[in-house]
Write a protein that binds this ligand. Structure first.
Ligand code: XMP
Length: 525
């Protein structure tokens, strides 16, 4: 129940490259709603979605490759404005009767392109020479009949074409990557000028649509939500609250493994900003007791997961019991599932409706809920915009990804109250300084890790110290699947190091993790 009510999607047909999701994001950056669909979806099924436009993504290296996905010409005859990029462009050339050849003139990376028609829909008002990002072995050598060639490169005689009559457009390069200097302009020109779509897909429209959909789905039943303090569950809860108000009960299990100030942000600021009805379960003692004496990372994860489910389940039973007593049974559970999860699990946009009852997160059979997943159509940055629109406090909206097991897996060794306290203070300093240095946009997340079983000798004041090292692990990433260590300026690192060793007495060394992922993971455990 999550697709916007009236918005006609721009379909991004995924030809198997890693670029389809990025294209979908770029379309949305132009305030136009987009959905990724697999190339295996039939033309009929695609057209049944009443698309406002179609974008064909890049894909395998050659249209001649064995088993290379083909474009059904019927899709191009339906009158839907279509834009092909790279492989999508070549498949259009082929489907429309042009020629794609293996010329031996391979182009890869930054490539100068000459725009031969600067009045055209795609290139209007742009420079005649621009740098584009190429990745192709074959080239289009003869444009299909009726297509106007609007750009060329050294290796691609037909590098872009347009047919305003039929609303068909294409470029040999990848406009979605940053390296194509006018890439976003070209894409926007297609969407707004070529396809004539209104740029009105905004966070406030998303809120309106979702609120209506949630109301319709939930009726007067009661809804439950496990609030973690992270961006996704907070924004999902705020949306449901906006839609059905007091029918929603949020449960926050405080396991004592959050960072400094985070529990308060949930218990006070989030509640004050959204009016959510919140049940807080203080389970700090319970988690610490269960974790006593345990150092193995997987063992810790298991214990934390088990205790969480136990606690949430009990709280859920209480809320369900209350609901039943009032004659409004709890039937729905909010989940902060995001669009990349939907696409990656093969669900695509077509599987957006979950109607079946799910046994979520290991909850027992007798507690069954239907899922409410108001973020299923959104990317992370869009979730943040929606959160801001709903007035969710900025520290929560801007929060970096944080693992469910929390600081429990950032203490290398046994988790104790004292060690949590050391790590919390060091982490708060690192976060504060990175934010103050304006690095939040560049850093995907920065785990701060306490090597609790390691000690090293130091000297401070007049005396010898024997303290613990703290590891800083700032990483840059698009999706956490791969990551690189962030080149944080030396002065910022120096400031963090000085402050931590001065202000956290138990720590006498700060070290920087300079490992990418792979081979390292982002977290240390
Ligand atoms: P790794 O360490 O595998 O982390 O490179 C990838 C992303 O996942 C987060 N992470 C977790 N999240 N439970 C979670 O909810 C976990 O057990 C867990 N372990 C890692 C990590 O913070 C990063 O964003």
């Amino acid at each position: 129940m999550t697709e916007p009510l009236q918005t006609r999607p721009v379909l991004v047909v995924d030809f198997g490259a890693q670029y389809a999701q990025l294209i979908a994001r770029r379309v949305r950056e132009a305030n136009v709603y987009s959905e990724v669909v697999p190339h295996t979806m039939s033309a009929d099924e695609m057209l049944a979605k009443d698309p406002a436009a179609i974008v064909l993504s890049g894909g395998p290296s050659s249209v001649y490759e064995k088993g290379a996905p083909r474009l059904d010409p019927a899709l191009l005859e339906a009158g839907v404005p279509t834009f092909g990029m790279c492989y999508g462009f070549q498949s259009m050339v082929q489907a429309l009767g042009g020629t794609v050849e293996r010329t031996g003139l391979r182009e890869y990376g930054n490539t100068p392109a000459t725009i031969t028609d600067r009045e055209s829909v795609l290139f209007n008002g742009q420079p005649g020479e621009q740098s584009v990002w190429m990745s192709h072995g074959d080239s289009a050598t003869v444009a299909p009949e009726g297509m106007r060639v609007t750009a060329t490169t050294a290796g691609a005689p037909v590098a872009a074409f347009e047919d305003d009559e039929r609303k068909l457009y294409g470029v040999q390069w990848h406009p979605e990557v940053m390296h194509s200097t006018f890439g976003q302009r070209v894409l926007e020109n297609f969407l707004l000028r070529g396809a004539g779509i209104a740029a009105d897909w905004t966070a406030s429209n998303v809120v309106d649509d979702q609120v209506a959909l949630i109301k319709e789905q939930v009726g007067d039943a009661r809804v439950l939500c496990a609030l973690s303090g992270g961006v996704d569950s907070s924004v999902a809860a705020a949306l449901v609250q906006r839609a059905v108000g007091d029918q929603l009960t949020c449960v926050f299990v405080d396991h004592g493994l959050l960072r400094e100030g985070e529990a308060e942000q949930v218990e006070q600021d989030f509640v004050a900003a959204t009016g959510v009805h919140l049940v807080v379960v203080d389970a700090k003692e319970q988690f610490l007791t269960a974790l006593a004496g345990v150092s193995d990372p997987e063992e810790k994860r298991k214990i934390i997961g088990r205790e969480f489910i136990r606690t949430f389940e009990q709280a859920a039973r209480d809320v369900v019991g209350e609901g039943a007593a009032e004659g409004h049974p709890v039937e729905f559970l909010v989940q902060g599932t995001l669009y990349p999860d939907v696409v990656e699990s093969g669900g695509g946009a077509g599987a957006a409706n979950i109607k079946s009852h799910h046994n979520v997160g290991g909850l027992p059979e007798d507690l069954q809920f239907t899922l409410v997943e108001p973020l299923r159509a959104l990317f992370k940055d869009e979730v943040r915009q929606v959160g801001r629109e709903l007035g969710v406090p900025e520290p929560i909206v801007a929060r970096q990804p944080f693992p469910g097991p929390g600081l429990g897996i950032r203490i290398i060794g046994e988790v104790t109250e004292e060690r949590l306290d050391i790590l919390r203070r060091a982490d708060a300093i690192a976060r504060h300084e990175l934010t103050a240095a304006g690095l939040d946009g560049e850093i995907w997340q920065c785990p701060v890790v306490l090597l609790a079983d390691v000690r090293s000798v130091g000297v401070q004041g007049d005396g010898r110290t024997y303290g613990h090292p703290i590891v800083l692990r700032p990483v840059s990433s698009e999706d956490a699947m791969t990551a690189d260590w962030t080149r944080v300026p030396y002065e910022v690192l120096a400031q963090i190091s000085t402050r931590i060793t001065n202000e956290v007495a138990e720590v006498n060394r700060v070290v920087l993790d300079v490992t990418s992922k792979p081979p390292g993971t982002i977290e240390w455990e």
